[in-house]
Write a protein that binds this ligand. Structure first.
Ligand code: EPZ
Length: 429
Protein backbone atom coordinates (compact mmCIF):
# COMPACT_ATOMS: atom_id res chain seq x y z
CA UNK A 1 0.00 0.00 0.00
CA UNK A 2 1.39 3.41 -0.97
CA UNK A 3 2.38 5.92 1.68
CA UNK A 4 3.24 9.61 1.53
CA UNK A 5 6.36 11.01 3.14
CA UNK A 6 6.45 14.67 4.08
CA UNK A 7 9.24 16.65 5.67
CA UNK A 8 7.70 19.74 7.22
CA UNK A 9 8.90 23.31 7.47
CA UNK A 10 8.99 24.41 3.83
CA UNK A 11 6.75 27.28 2.67
CA UNK A 12 4.53 26.86 -0.40
CA UNK A 13 5.00 29.21 -3.34
CA UNK A 14 3.87 29.25 -6.96
CA UNK A 15 0.80 28.26 -8.96
CA UNK A 16 -1.46 25.31 -8.25
CA UNK A 17 -4.27 24.37 -10.62
CA UNK A 18 -7.60 23.30 -9.14
CA UNK A 19 -9.22 20.21 -10.67
CA UNK A 20 -12.85 19.56 -11.51
CA UNK A 21 -15.04 18.86 -8.47
CA UNK A 22 -15.25 15.22 -7.42
CA UNK A 23 -18.72 15.58 -5.93
CA UNK A 24 -20.13 17.13 -9.10
CA UNK A 25 -18.34 14.67 -11.38
CA UNK A 26 -19.84 11.61 -9.68
CA UNK A 27 -23.40 12.95 -10.03
CA UNK A 28 -22.80 14.12 -13.59
CA UNK A 29 -21.58 10.66 -14.56
CA UNK A 30 -24.66 9.15 -12.91
CA UNK A 31 -26.90 11.62 -14.79
CA UNK A 32 -25.76 9.96 -18.02
CA UNK A 33 -28.15 7.11 -17.13
CA UNK A 34 -31.06 9.45 -17.90
CA UNK A 35 -30.45 9.49 -21.67
CA UNK A 36 -29.68 7.07 -24.48
CA UNK A 37 -27.50 9.73 -26.12
CA UNK A 38 -23.86 10.53 -25.32
CA UNK A 39 -22.97 12.89 -22.48
CA UNK A 40 -19.52 14.45 -22.81
CA UNK A 41 -17.90 15.70 -19.60
CA UNK A 42 -14.78 17.90 -19.63
CA UNK A 43 -12.43 18.68 -16.70
CA UNK A 44 -13.09 15.32 -15.08
CA UNK A 45 -10.47 14.77 -12.38
CA UNK A 46 -8.34 11.62 -12.43
CA UNK A 47 -9.47 10.11 -9.16
CA UNK A 48 -9.93 6.61 -7.82
CA UNK A 49 -13.63 7.35 -7.15
CA UNK A 50 -14.15 8.34 -10.79
CA UNK A 51 -12.46 5.14 -12.01
CA UNK A 52 -14.58 3.07 -9.64
CA UNK A 53 -17.79 4.74 -10.79
CA UNK A 54 -16.77 4.00 -14.39
CA UNK A 55 -16.75 0.31 -13.44
CA UNK A 56 -20.02 0.56 -11.56
CA UNK A 57 -21.78 2.26 -14.49
CA UNK A 58 -20.21 -0.30 -16.82
CA UNK A 59 -22.11 -2.95 -14.89
CA UNK A 60 -25.38 -1.26 -15.94
CA UNK A 61 -24.25 -1.36 -19.58
CA UNK A 62 -22.84 2.17 -19.81
CA UNK A 63 -19.91 2.64 -22.22
CA UNK A 64 -17.31 5.22 -21.25
CA UNK A 65 -14.62 6.43 -23.57
CA UNK A 66 -11.80 8.57 -22.17
CA UNK A 67 -10.88 11.26 -24.71
CA UNK A 68 -7.27 11.58 -25.82
CA UNK A 69 -5.12 14.64 -25.22
CA UNK A 70 -5.76 17.72 -27.38
CA UNK A 71 -3.00 20.08 -28.57
CA UNK A 72 -1.92 22.40 -25.79
CA UNK A 73 -3.72 20.38 -23.12
CA UNK A 74 -1.86 19.37 -19.97
CA UNK A 75 -2.60 16.76 -17.32
CA UNK A 76 -3.83 19.69 -15.22
CA UNK A 77 -6.84 20.12 -17.50
CA UNK A 78 -8.40 16.84 -16.38
CA UNK A 79 -9.86 14.30 -18.74
CA UNK A 80 -12.82 14.20 -21.10
CA UNK A 81 -15.30 11.36 -20.71
CA UNK A 82 -17.75 10.34 -23.43
CA UNK A 83 -20.48 8.47 -21.59
CA UNK A 84 -23.14 6.50 -23.40
CA UNK A 85 -25.99 4.73 -21.65
CA UNK A 86 -27.62 3.85 -24.97
CA UNK A 87 -28.81 0.51 -23.62
CA UNK A 88 -29.13 -0.19 -19.92
CA UNK A 89 -28.69 -3.94 -19.53
CA UNK A 90 -28.95 -4.27 -15.76
CA UNK A 91 -30.94 -2.20 -13.25
CA UNK A 92 -29.29 -3.81 -10.22
CA UNK A 93 -26.41 -2.14 -8.39
CA UNK A 94 -24.96 -5.03 -6.37
CA UNK A 95 -23.65 -4.97 -2.83
CA UNK A 96 -20.09 -5.74 -3.99
CA UNK A 97 -19.97 -2.44 -5.87
CA UNK A 98 -22.15 -0.12 -3.75
CA UNK A 99 -20.23 -1.12 -0.61
CA UNK A 100 -17.02 0.15 -2.26
CA UNK A 101 -18.43 3.61 -2.92
CA UNK A 102 -21.45 5.11 -1.22
CA UNK A 103 -22.14 7.57 -4.02
CA UNK A 104 -23.03 4.70 -6.34
CA UNK A 105 -26.31 4.36 -4.42
CA UNK A 106 -27.38 7.47 -6.32
CA UNK A 107 -27.98 5.43 -9.51
CA UNK A 108 -31.35 4.64 -7.89
CA UNK A 109 -33.21 7.73 -9.15
CA UNK A 110 -32.09 7.81 -12.81
CA UNK A 111 -32.61 4.05 -13.17
CA UNK A 112 -36.15 4.14 -11.82
CA UNK A 113 -36.92 7.33 -13.78
CA UNK A 114 -35.78 5.91 -17.13
CA UNK A 115 -36.30 2.16 -16.74
CA UNK A 116 -39.23 2.05 -14.31
CA UNK A 117 -37.29 -0.09 -11.85
CA UNK A 118 -34.06 -0.20 -9.87
CA UNK A 119 -32.55 -2.58 -7.34
CA UNK A 120 -29.74 -0.95 -5.42
CA UNK A 121 -27.89 -2.33 -2.43
CA UNK A 122 -28.22 -0.31 0.81
CA UNK A 123 -24.91 1.49 1.28
CA UNK A 124 -24.53 0.90 5.02
CA UNK A 125 -22.43 2.99 7.39
CA UNK A 126 -19.07 4.54 6.67
CA UNK A 127 -16.15 6.04 8.55
CA UNK A 128 -17.81 9.44 9.06
CA UNK A 129 -21.16 8.29 10.42
CA UNK A 130 -24.35 6.31 9.91
CA UNK A 131 -25.48 8.21 6.79
CA UNK A 132 -29.02 6.92 6.23
CA UNK A 133 -30.83 7.01 2.86
CA UNK A 134 -34.41 7.47 4.15
CA UNK A 135 -34.75 10.93 2.57
CA UNK A 136 -33.58 9.69 -0.83
CA UNK A 137 -36.23 6.99 -0.67
CA UNK A 138 -38.84 9.49 0.50
CA UNK A 139 -38.06 11.68 -2.53
CA UNK A 140 -38.72 8.99 -5.13
CA UNK A 141 -41.78 7.74 -3.24
CA UNK A 142 -43.21 11.26 -3.39
CA UNK A 143 -42.92 10.97 -7.17
CA UNK A 144 -44.89 7.74 -7.22
CA UNK A 145 -42.25 4.99 -6.96
CA UNK A 146 -43.15 1.96 -4.85
CA UNK A 147 -40.16 1.14 -2.67
CA UNK A 148 -39.45 -2.03 -0.74
CA UNK A 149 -36.41 -3.23 1.14
CA UNK A 150 -35.64 -6.80 0.10
CA UNK A 151 -32.59 -8.68 1.34
CA UNK A 152 -30.52 -5.56 1.93
CA UNK A 153 -31.58 -4.02 -1.38
CA UNK A 154 -33.75 -0.98 -2.03
CA UNK A 155 -36.13 -2.06 -4.76
CA UNK A 156 -37.98 0.81 -6.47
CA UNK A 157 -40.67 0.32 -9.06
CA UNK A 158 -42.60 2.78 -11.22
CA UNK A 159 -43.71 0.70 -14.20
CA UNK A 160 -45.84 3.53 -15.61
CA UNK A 161 -43.23 6.22 -14.98
CA UNK A 162 -42.81 8.76 -12.18
CA UNK A 163 -45.25 11.62 -11.57
CA UNK A 164 -44.35 15.16 -10.53
CA UNK A 165 -45.04 15.99 -6.89
CA UNK A 166 -44.03 18.07 -3.91
CA UNK A 167 -40.93 17.11 -1.93
CA UNK A 168 -40.20 18.89 1.32
CA UNK A 169 -36.92 17.82 2.89
CA UNK A 170 -37.04 17.96 6.73
CA UNK A 171 -33.25 18.27 6.68
CA UNK A 172 -30.89 19.62 4.02
CA UNK A 173 -29.43 16.71 2.06
CA UNK A 174 -27.13 16.90 -0.94
CA UNK A 175 -27.75 13.30 -2.06
CA UNK A 176 -31.48 13.68 -1.46
CA UNK A 177 -31.65 16.83 -3.58
CA UNK A 178 -29.70 15.25 -6.45
CA UNK A 179 -32.00 12.21 -6.25
CA UNK A 180 -35.13 14.36 -6.34
CA UNK A 181 -33.89 16.40 -9.32
CA UNK A 182 -32.90 13.36 -11.38
CA UNK A 183 -36.15 11.55 -10.64
CA UNK A 184 -38.23 14.64 -11.44
CA UNK A 185 -36.40 15.40 -14.71
CA UNK A 186 -38.20 12.55 -16.49
CA UNK A 187 -41.40 12.56 -14.38
CA UNK A 188 -44.78 13.43 -15.82
CA UNK A 189 -45.69 16.94 -14.59
CA UNK A 190 -44.17 19.48 -12.24
CA UNK A 191 -42.10 18.78 -9.13
CA UNK A 192 -41.34 21.32 -6.43
CA UNK A 193 -38.45 20.63 -4.02
CA UNK A 194 -38.46 22.64 -0.81
CA UNK A 195 -35.56 23.00 1.61
CA UNK A 196 -33.26 21.83 -1.18
CA UNK A 197 -29.49 21.69 -0.69
CA UNK A 198 -27.83 24.77 -2.22
CA UNK A 199 -24.36 23.29 -2.72
CA UNK A 200 -22.72 24.50 -5.97
CA UNK A 201 -22.51 20.90 -7.21
CA UNK A 202 -26.33 20.77 -7.25
CA UNK A 203 -26.43 23.81 -9.53
CA UNK A 204 -23.71 22.33 -11.75
CA UNK A 205 -25.62 19.09 -12.23
CA UNK A 206 -28.87 20.99 -12.86
CA UNK A 207 -27.08 23.16 -15.47
CA UNK A 208 -25.88 20.02 -17.22
CA UNK A 209 -29.35 18.43 -17.09
CA UNK A 210 -30.82 21.61 -18.59
CA UNK A 211 -28.30 21.33 -21.44
CA UNK A 212 -29.65 17.77 -21.88
CA UNK A 213 -33.16 19.17 -22.29
CA UNK A 214 -34.41 19.16 -18.68
CA UNK A 215 -36.47 22.09 -17.39
CA UNK A 216 -35.06 22.91 -13.95
CA UNK A 217 -35.24 26.35 -12.32
CA UNK A 218 -34.09 27.51 -8.90
CA UNK A 219 -31.11 25.14 -8.49
CA UNK A 220 -28.74 26.77 -6.01
CA UNK A 221 -31.71 28.09 -3.97
CA UNK A 222 -33.91 26.40 -1.37
CA UNK A 223 -36.77 25.91 -3.79
CA UNK A 224 -36.25 24.04 -7.05
CA UNK A 225 -38.96 23.60 -9.66
CA UNK A 226 -38.73 20.91 -12.33
CA UNK A 227 -41.08 20.52 -15.28
CA UNK A 228 -40.68 16.89 -16.28
CA UNK A 229 -39.89 16.06 -19.92
CA UNK A 230 -40.43 12.79 -21.80
CA UNK A 231 -36.83 12.39 -22.93
CA UNK A 232 -33.38 13.88 -22.39
CA UNK A 233 -30.68 14.12 -25.04
CA UNK A 234 -26.88 14.25 -25.18
CA UNK A 235 -24.86 17.33 -24.17
CA UNK A 236 -21.37 18.57 -23.38
CA UNK A 237 -20.53 20.01 -19.96
CA UNK A 238 -17.37 21.09 -18.14
CA UNK A 239 -17.26 20.16 -14.44
CA UNK A 240 -17.01 23.15 -12.08
CA UNK A 241 -13.80 23.62 -10.03
CA UNK A 242 -13.49 21.67 -6.78
CA UNK A 243 -14.22 24.02 -3.87
CA UNK A 244 -13.01 21.49 -1.30
CA UNK A 245 -9.69 21.02 -3.08
CA UNK A 246 -9.45 24.82 -3.26
CA UNK A 247 -10.10 25.24 0.45
CA UNK A 248 -7.70 22.43 1.30
CA UNK A 249 -4.76 24.00 -0.54
CA UNK A 250 -5.69 27.44 0.79
CA UNK A 251 -5.39 26.01 4.30
CA UNK A 252 -2.14 24.29 3.37
CA UNK A 253 -0.62 27.68 2.46
CA UNK A 254 -2.01 29.27 5.60
CA UNK A 255 -0.36 26.45 7.56
CA UNK A 256 3.01 26.27 5.80
CA UNK A 257 3.35 29.98 4.93
CA UNK A 258 4.19 31.36 1.48
CA UNK A 259 2.00 32.53 -1.37
CA UNK A 260 0.06 30.48 -3.90
CA UNK A 261 -2.22 31.27 -6.81
CA UNK A 262 -4.99 28.67 -6.89
CA UNK A 263 -5.68 28.76 -10.61
CA UNK A 264 -9.21 28.13 -11.83
CA UNK A 265 -10.59 28.52 -8.26
CA UNK A 266 -13.79 30.54 -7.77
CA UNK A 267 -14.21 32.46 -4.49
CA UNK A 268 -18.02 32.39 -4.55
CA UNK A 269 -17.87 28.59 -4.20
CA UNK A 270 -16.28 28.79 -0.74
CA UNK A 271 -16.69 32.32 0.60
CA UNK A 272 -17.41 31.15 4.17
CA UNK A 273 -14.15 29.19 4.27
CA UNK A 274 -12.16 32.07 2.76
CA UNK A 275 -13.60 34.42 5.41
CA UNK A 276 -12.47 32.01 8.14
CA UNK A 277 -8.99 31.87 6.60
CA UNK A 278 -8.79 35.66 6.57
CA UNK A 279 -9.84 35.79 10.22
CA UNK A 280 -7.17 33.18 10.93
CA UNK A 281 -4.44 35.43 9.50
CA UNK A 282 -4.12 34.55 5.79
CA UNK A 283 -4.41 37.10 3.00
CA UNK A 284 -6.96 36.02 0.41
CA UNK A 285 -7.34 37.89 -2.88
CA UNK A 286 -9.63 37.09 -5.80
CA UNK A 287 -7.93 37.56 -9.19
CA UNK A 288 -8.98 36.97 -12.81
CA UNK A 289 -7.06 33.71 -12.80
CA UNK A 290 -8.25 32.33 -9.48
CA UNK A 291 -7.61 32.94 -5.78
CA UNK A 292 -4.32 34.09 -4.30
CA UNK A 293 -3.64 32.97 -0.72
CA UNK A 294 -0.67 34.13 1.32
CA UNK A 295 0.66 34.11 4.83
CA UNK A 296 3.97 35.79 5.23
CA UNK A 297 5.34 36.20 8.71
CA UNK A 298 2.11 36.72 10.65
CA UNK A 299 1.01 34.08 13.14
CA UNK A 300 -2.24 32.13 13.07
CA UNK A 301 -5.17 33.45 15.08
CA UNK A 302 -7.72 31.11 16.73
CA UNK A 303 -11.25 31.02 15.25
CA UNK A 304 -14.53 29.36 16.18
CA UNK A 305 -16.40 27.61 13.37
CA UNK A 306 -19.58 25.56 13.03
CA UNK A 307 -20.10 23.39 9.96
CA UNK A 308 -23.44 23.71 8.16
CA UNK A 309 -24.90 23.25 4.67
CA UNK A 310 -23.83 25.64 1.90
CA UNK A 311 -23.30 28.62 1.96
CA UNK A 312 -21.95 28.09 5.49
CA UNK A 313 -18.62 26.48 6.37
CA UNK A 314 -18.52 22.98 4.77
CA UNK A 315 -18.08 19.77 6.74
CA UNK A 316 -15.70 18.62 4.01
CA UNK A 317 -13.19 21.29 5.16
CA UNK A 318 -13.63 20.70 8.89
CA UNK A 319 -10.67 18.32 9.31
CA UNK A 320 -8.35 20.58 7.31
CA UNK A 321 -9.32 23.63 9.39
CA UNK A 322 -8.72 21.65 12.55
CA UNK A 323 -5.19 20.85 11.38
CA UNK A 324 -4.60 24.56 10.81
CA UNK A 325 -5.94 25.49 14.24
CA UNK A 326 -3.51 23.15 15.98
CA UNK A 327 -0.87 25.86 15.50
CA UNK A 328 -2.95 28.95 16.28
CA UNK A 329 -1.89 31.19 19.14
CA UNK A 330 -4.85 30.40 21.38
CA UNK A 331 -7.91 28.17 21.64
CA UNK A 332 -10.32 27.48 18.76
CA UNK A 333 -13.60 25.57 18.71
CA UNK A 334 -15.08 23.56 15.88
CA UNK A 335 -18.64 22.26 16.01
CA UNK A 336 -19.54 19.55 13.47
CA UNK A 337 -23.28 19.55 12.78
CA UNK A 338 -23.49 17.42 9.60
CA UNK A 339 -21.93 14.05 10.45
CA UNK A 340 -21.87 12.59 13.95
CA UNK A 341 -18.59 10.75 13.67
CA UNK A 342 -16.40 13.03 11.65
CA UNK A 343 -13.60 13.48 14.16
CA UNK A 344 -11.50 10.45 13.31
CA UNK A 345 -8.55 12.72 12.52
CA UNK A 346 -8.35 13.99 16.11
CA UNK A 347 -6.37 11.07 17.51
CA UNK A 348 -4.00 11.12 14.53
CA UNK A 349 -3.40 14.89 14.82
CA UNK A 350 -2.62 14.18 18.48
CA UNK A 351 0.18 11.86 17.32
CA UNK A 352 1.78 14.94 15.76
CA UNK A 353 1.52 16.79 19.06
CA UNK A 354 -1.83 18.55 18.64
CA UNK A 355 -3.91 19.29 21.74
CA UNK A 356 -7.57 18.63 20.99
CA UNK A 357 -10.44 17.73 23.27
CA UNK A 358 -13.71 16.29 22.08
CA UNK A 359 -17.09 16.72 23.69
CA UNK A 360 -19.92 15.40 21.54
CA UNK A 361 -20.02 17.42 18.35
CA UNK A 362 -17.62 20.07 19.65
CA UNK A 363 -13.83 20.03 19.44
CA UNK A 364 -11.63 22.38 21.46
CA UNK A 365 -8.26 22.95 19.87
CA UNK A 366 -5.53 24.50 21.94
CA UNK A 367 -2.82 25.81 19.62
CA UNK A 368 0.73 24.57 20.17
CA UNK A 369 3.92 26.33 19.02
CA UNK A 370 5.22 23.31 17.09
CA UNK A 371 4.00 19.95 15.77
CA UNK A 372 6.40 17.02 15.40
CA UNK A 373 6.39 14.52 12.51
CA UNK A 374 5.17 10.93 13.13
CA UNK A 375 3.64 7.99 11.28
CA UNK A 376 -0.12 8.57 10.93
CA UNK A 377 -3.07 7.15 9.07
CA UNK A 378 -6.65 8.17 8.51
CA UNK A 379 -9.93 6.50 7.80
CA UNK A 380 -11.43 8.88 5.27
CA UNK A 381 -10.50 11.26 2.53
CA UNK A 382 -10.73 14.66 4.23
CA UNK A 383 -9.21 13.33 7.46
CA UNK A 384 -6.22 12.04 5.46
CA UNK A 385 -5.58 15.37 3.85
CA UNK A 386 -5.81 17.15 7.21
CA UNK A 387 -2.80 15.05 8.24
CA UNK A 388 -0.93 16.21 5.13
CA UNK A 389 -1.64 19.83 6.08
CA UNK A 390 -0.42 19.28 9.63
CA UNK A 391 2.69 17.49 8.33
CA UNK A 392 3.62 20.43 6.10
CA UNK A 393 4.26 22.49 9.21
CA UNK A 394 5.51 19.74 11.51
CA UNK A 395 9.16 19.42 12.46
CA UNK A 396 10.77 16.40 10.76
CA UNK A 397 9.26 13.51 8.86
CA UNK A 398 5.63 12.40 8.73
CA UNK A 399 4.52 9.23 6.94
CA UNK A 400 0.84 9.25 5.96
CA UNK A 401 -0.35 5.67 5.57
CA UNK A 402 -3.38 4.44 3.59
CA UNK A 403 -2.87 6.88 0.76
CA UNK A 404 -5.73 5.30 -1.18
CA UNK A 405 -8.08 7.58 0.77
CA UNK A 406 -6.28 10.61 -0.71
CA UNK A 407 -6.36 9.12 -4.20
CA UNK A 408 -10.14 8.91 -3.95
CA UNK A 409 -10.50 12.67 -3.90
CA UNK A 410 -7.27 14.59 -4.57
CA UNK A 411 -5.80 14.52 -8.05
CA UNK A 412 -1.99 14.16 -8.02
CA UNK A 413 -1.72 15.75 -4.57
CA UNK A 414 1.98 15.12 -4.03
CA UNK A 415 2.83 16.48 -7.49
CA UNK A 416 0.78 19.66 -6.98
CA UNK A 417 2.24 20.38 -3.53
CA UNK A 418 5.73 19.29 -4.61
CA UNK A 419 5.74 21.83 -7.45
CA UNK A 420 5.01 24.55 -4.89
CA UNK A 421 8.03 23.62 -2.80
CA UNK A 422 6.74 21.04 -0.34
CA UNK A 423 9.10 18.18 0.51
CA UNK A 424 6.62 15.44 -0.29
CA UNK A 425 6.95 12.09 -2.03
CA UNK A 426 4.95 8.94 -2.59
CA UNK A 427 6.51 5.72 -1.33
CA UNK A 428 5.18 2.79 -3.34
CA UNK A 429 4.27 -0.62 -1.99
C1 EPZ B 1 -22.51 14.69 0.17
O1 EPZ B 1 -22.82 13.51 0.88
C2 EPZ B 1 -21.05 14.60 -0.19
N1 EPZ B 1 -20.78 13.41 -0.96
C3 EPZ B 1 -20.19 14.57 1.08
O2 EPZ B 1 -18.84 14.60 0.66
C4 EPZ B 1 -20.50 15.80 1.93
O3 EPZ B 1 -19.80 15.71 3.13
C5 EPZ B 1 -22.00 15.89 2.20
O4 EPZ B 1 -22.74 15.86 0.94
C6 EPZ B 1 -22.40 17.15 2.95
O5 EPZ B 1 -21.99 18.28 2.24
C7 EPZ B 1 -20.81 13.43 -2.28
O6 EPZ B 1 -21.18 14.41 -2.90
C8 EPZ B 1 -20.37 12.19 -3.00
P1 EPZ B 1 -26.08 14.62 2.81
P2 EPZ B 1 -24.32 13.12 1.16
O7 EPZ B 1 -27.16 13.78 2.28
O8 EPZ B 1 -25.15 13.57 0.01
C9 EPZ B 1 -28.38 13.13 6.74
C10 EPZ B 1 -16.53 13.98 0.78
O9 EPZ B 1 -15.60 13.93 1.61
N2 EPZ B 1 -29.23 12.31 5.86
O10 EPZ B 1 -26.08 16.07 2.47
O11 EPZ B 1 -24.34 11.68 1.50
C11 EPZ B 1 -26.93 12.65 6.78
O12 EPZ B 1 -26.77 11.58 7.68
C12 EPZ B 1 -17.92 13.73 1.25
O13 EPZ B 1 -16.39 14.21 -0.43
C13 EPZ B 1 -30.31 11.66 6.40
O14 EPZ B 1 -30.59 11.74 7.59
O15 EPZ B 1 -24.67 13.99 2.43
C14 EPZ B 1 -26.20 13.90 7.20
O16 EPZ B 1 -26.30 14.06 8.58
C15 EPZ B 1 -18.16 12.71 2.23
N3 EPZ B 1 -31.10 10.89 5.55
C16 EPZ B 1 -27.01 15.01 6.54
O17 EPZ B 1 -28.29 14.43 6.22
C17 EPZ B 1 -30.82 10.76 4.23
O18 EPZ B 1 -31.56 10.06 3.54
C18 EPZ B 1 -26.41 15.55 5.24
O19 EPZ B 1 -26.05 14.48 4.39
C19 EPZ B 1 -29.71 11.45 3.69
C20 EPZ B 1 -28.92 12.22 4.53
Amino acid sequence: MDRIRIVGGRPLNGNLRISGAKNATLQLMIASLLTDETLILDHVPRLADVALLQRILGNHGVDIMVGGKRPGETADDGQTLHISAARIVDTTAPYELVSKMRASFWVLAPLVARMGEARVSMPGGCAIGIRPVDLLIMAIERLGAKVEIEGGYVVARAPHGLKGGEIVFPKVTVGGTHTAIMAAALADGTTVIDNAAREPEIKDVADCLNKMGARITGAGTKRIVIEGVAKLHGARHAVLPDRIETGTYAMAVAMAGGEILLQNARPELLQAALDVLTRAGATVTATNEGIRVARNGSGLAPVDVTTAPFPEFPTDLQAQLMALKTRASGTSHITETIFENRFMHVQELARLGARIQLEGERATIEGVPQLKGAPVMATDLRASVSLVIAALAAEGETIVNRVYHLDRGFERLEEKLGRCGAAIERLSG
